[in-house]
Design a protein around this ligand. Structure first.
Ligand code: ADP
Ligand code: MG
Length: 247
């Protein structure tokens, strides 16, 4: 289990409003090196917005995001550098349709990290092998199943060597028979020391893989704790009600 002095990110009283609609009211939690944090909770509760604020796809309207102790929201902070340290895997894979699998895993490395073509290719192949997609390097995304596409998206994300990888319901868009292959890849990644924040409805997976679980509803961290505590002895009424629907 990660120690507190290995803190990578500290989310402090994060708030986000869209116009008059306050979506995030008070979100606080820490992400320690090597830790797997799962976020569960009802639809519309603010889970995606939390992730999108963390990697600055959305601009928070309040609070702090401390990355190694520095507030990334402060003027003058190098946001591009921060973004390149935080990866994201989306529900809808988001691959470049006109590029093949290998190219998909190389572009970001070349453009953002300025790696040579040779190095980018070597790293892409290494990671495509890890997710079992090496045999498909010449395929276009449309020729692949959803599960395969998501595994490519994961290989692409880890090819950028992120310090933290955020997953927003990575299996929700998949046919049921493909969920397992993606969860297997994620489970394997979790054992490599990669720091991961995972929004998921896969409760069994969250219970098995997580070091820490957050229950977010109505824009607040309603309850948090070790997986055994959240799943077996939830204290908050909302958590209890939510989890009953998964039994
Ligand atoms: P979750 O991921 O937990 O289902 P979201 O973070 O997607 O929840 O959404 C929380 C709330 O924020 C919802 O009411 C949603 O309609 C609203 N919301 C999310 N993104 C936007 C946006 N870009 N503009 C306006 N409202 C949004
Ligand atoms: Mg969501």
């Amino acid at each position: 289990m990660a120690e507190n002095n290995d803190k990578i990110l500290s989310i402090n009283h994060l708030q986000k409003s869209f116009g008059d609609h306050q979506v995030l009211r008070d979100i606080s939690f820490n992400i320690n090196k090597g830790e797997i944090v799962s976020i569960i909770g009802p639809s519309g509760g603010g889970k995606s917005t939390t992730l999108r604020c963390i990697n600055l796809l959305e601009e928070p309207t309040g609070g702090e995001i401390l990355f190694h102790g520095e507030n990334v929201l402060e003027a003058g902070y190098d946001r591009n550098k921060f973004r390149s340290r935080v990866g994201m895997v989306f529900q809808q894979f988001d691959l470049f349709e006109n590029k093949n699998v290998l190219q998909n895993c190389m572009i970001g490395q070349q453009l953002v990290l300025k790696r040579s073509k040779e190095e980018a290719e070597r790293i892409a192949l290494e990671n495509l092998r890890k997710v079992g997609m090496e045999p498909f390097i010449n395929a276009k995304p449309k020729q692949l199943s959803g599960g395969q596409q998501q595994r490519v998206a994961i290989a692409r994300a880890i090819s950028m060597n992120p310090e933290v990888l955020l997953f927003d319901e990575p299996t929700s868009a998949l046919d049921p028979e493909m969920v397992g292959e993606v969860l297997d890849v994620m489970q394997k990644l979790a054992t490599t020391g990669l720091t991961m924040v995972i929004v998921t409805h896969e409760m069994g997976f969250a219970k098995n893989v997580s070091d820490h679980v957050l229950f977010i509803s109505d824009g607040i961290v309603t309850e948090e704790g070790a997986p055994e505590q959240i799943f077996d002895q939830p204290q908050n009424e909302k958590t209890q009600k939510f989890l009953r629907n998964f039994k």
